[in-house]
Design a protein around this ligand. Sequence first.
Ligand code: UDP
Length: 473
Amino acid sequence: MLAVHIDATPLERLGALLEPDRAERLRRNAVRARSVIGSRTVWNVNATATGGGVAEMLQALLAYGRGAGIDTRWLVLDGTPEFFALTKRIHNLLHGSPGDGGPLGEAERALYDAVLAENLESLREVVQPGDLVLLHDPQTAGLVEGVLATGAHVAWRCHVGRDDSNEQTDLAWSFLQPYVAPAHALIFSRKTYAPSWVDPELLWLIPPSLDPFTAKNAELPTADVQATLRHAGLVGFPEDHGSLAFLRRDGEPGVVRRHEGLIAGGQEVPHDARVVLQVSRWDRLKDMQGVLTGFVEHVDRLPDDAHLMLVGPDVSGVGDDPEGAEVLAECLAVWERLPVATRRRVHLCSLPMDDIDENAHLVNALQRHATVVVQKSLVEGFGLTVTEPMWKARPVLASRIGGIQDQIEDGESGLLLADPSDLDAFAGLLGTLLTDPEMSVRLGTAARSRVKDRYLGDRHLIQYVDLFEALTS
Ligand code: UDP
């Protein structure tokens, strides 16, 4: 297992952004956390240190945990490509989709058990009785029983799910239930994601949160946005006067490198184009291809200066997501068949993952530069890619599904697409946002307030303290 380094971030940094009452509540809860947790260690185990929402959140939250004086640790599983292909299948099934269509039988269970048995050996060496262990997502479910045997308190947190069940979700849960049912707590982002067999006494609802101070979300002047996007070869500003600096998670300064070839399909975006942006992993359920098709099939209804950017991580950089290369290739194939004039308005970008702070800074600059941000997922556990642009006061158009419905109140803090497969309606709403700047400003302003009210780390951390208190009492 890989131990991910966590730097301590003082809670005061978050507190400074909050109203005095709310900052005081956070301070009081830090005291409570120290008294509840004492000398125990809080372990987090997941499948990747980079790429995707879980890693994004752990990076920020665990640093605040350390800043509050809690011994917080993060371990990443060792797995084989076959193991990650299997866990991606389970992930897709939990979302109600067949994924690669492969089986979930005895052979798969044997593979799953064998990989986790090796990981459990490493965990057993470090976890002490009384410690708190948070296991994240299907990749770690098979560790529950072994970690319980160490005498630790064990919670399993599922970050994925869908509102209704179907044959696929039933299949996934029949695989996972024997592993996770014995845990002391089962955590979901929405109530509808919890299968009916979950004991209500063990059920915790904890939605994700965003950290306003990471390179992904930190304030960024327009001049720096432009300098960054120009230097990275993403947007063709003829000149720039901004800084290329950003702050790394360890507090050290970073500088954007000069990049070439980040646009896998298309050219640099013209500096005067209005950008419609979707940032996602290259996962079929994010429906990058549907966004592309919806944009190009209705391009005549959209203003001439509207360009589409589909942005995802370099596909070799997200170890637990074997589907990425295929999805990017499918999008590129569609892009290559477009008429030249349309093709010029679509840009497929792969952001380097070898420096995740720089990657986060590039996403920050892109989200701030975008005129409209979309998230046309077919299924979505929560969707930090919705929270992030909302925090940046961007107008967001996203599917009315999963956790996105909790974030956006339709017409108030963004627009919801009732049927994510309705490309005609998608283009219509996009056209509305691109032609009504006043509406965009109104939605963006309300979006930022909503994130501040509900989706910052203080709420999330306090929910964890409640959980730890319940587990240890
Ligand atoms: N992300 C990123 N670089 C990319 C693509 C995505 O940093 O090239 C981030 C994105 O900004 C967000 C996370 O990955 O923080 C995705 O989280 P989300 O909850 O939207 O979806 P998940 O990937 O967990 O399904």
